[in-house]
Design a protein around this ligand. Structure first.
Ligand code: E4P
Length: 217
């Protein structure tokens, strides 16, 4: 399972990278705004800064919602750095744009996936990744993990190469549940990733080992 961090915060990206388990980064316009990164020039520069801080794929989202606009913006984003993956919304023109980029071997991430049908269409169009938003489904009392299960089954039935990128991860158990189902990638906040470290028996066990070691010295 690949681990992506879902943030535009460079310090958090570097902390996850330092841990040695990071495979990439996802961002979106809301995450950029949260860090105070606004305006096209600053946003483009920030994508390059992120690419230079990590080794894997970095999703950069188009703002246009029409085919021509998405192509123009996506090509500009892809030219920024070889690690850029063009993030495209799940809309009609987005499907056409996914096909356009797939035909040109430019990596894509189809975002805002909330149904198995949307994931099937995106895979047919050749998306590199699809991003089902499980936390936002949970927020409206719908089981987000069931969607990951459905997409896994459909993709396996037809050996689609599109990778399931479980997004809108809210906590550590989401990561574990997605790993059990077989999501190819998860993207989550730093605290959800770091939460995987924790167990009280590890803490108490380590404390006892250190105390016992000191007895003999
Ligand atoms: C995915 O790429 C999105 O950036 C993200 O996971 C959205 O998560 P949220 O629902 O916590 O905003």
């Amino acid at each position: 399972m690949k681990f992506f961090i879902d943030t535009a915060n460079l310090n958090q990206i570097k902390e996850a990278q330092d841990l040695g388990v990071l495979d990439g980064v996802t961002t979106n316009p809301s995450l950029m705004a949260k860090e105070g990164i606004t305006g096209a020039d600053k946003i483009l520069k920030h994508y390059v800064d992120i690419c230079e801080a990590v080794e894997g794929d970095v999703s950069a989202e188009v703002i246009a919602v029409d085919f021509e606009g998405m192509i123009k913006e996506g090509e500009q984003l892809a030219a920024l750095h070889p690690q850029i993956v063009v993030k495209i919304p799940m809309i009609k023109d987005g499907i056409k744009a996914l096909k356009y980029f797939s035909d040109r071997n430019i990596k894509t991430n189809c975002t805002l996936i909330f149904s198995a049908g949307q994931a099937l269409l995106a895979a047919k169009a050749g998306a590199t990744y699809v991003s089902p938003f499980i936390g936002r489904l949970d927020d409206i009392s719908t089981d987000g993990l069931s969607l990951i299960n459905e997409i896994r089954e459909i993709y396996d039935n037809y050996a689609f190469e599109t990778e399931i990128l479980a997004a809108s991860i809210r906590h550590t158990m989401h990561i574990i549940d997605c790993a059990k189902i077989g999501a190819d990638v998860m993207t989550g906040p730093l605290n959800a990733i770091m939460g995987l470290l924790n167990h009280p028996l590890t803490d108490s066990g380590l404390q006892k080992f250190l105390e016992d070691y000191k007895k003999g010295n």
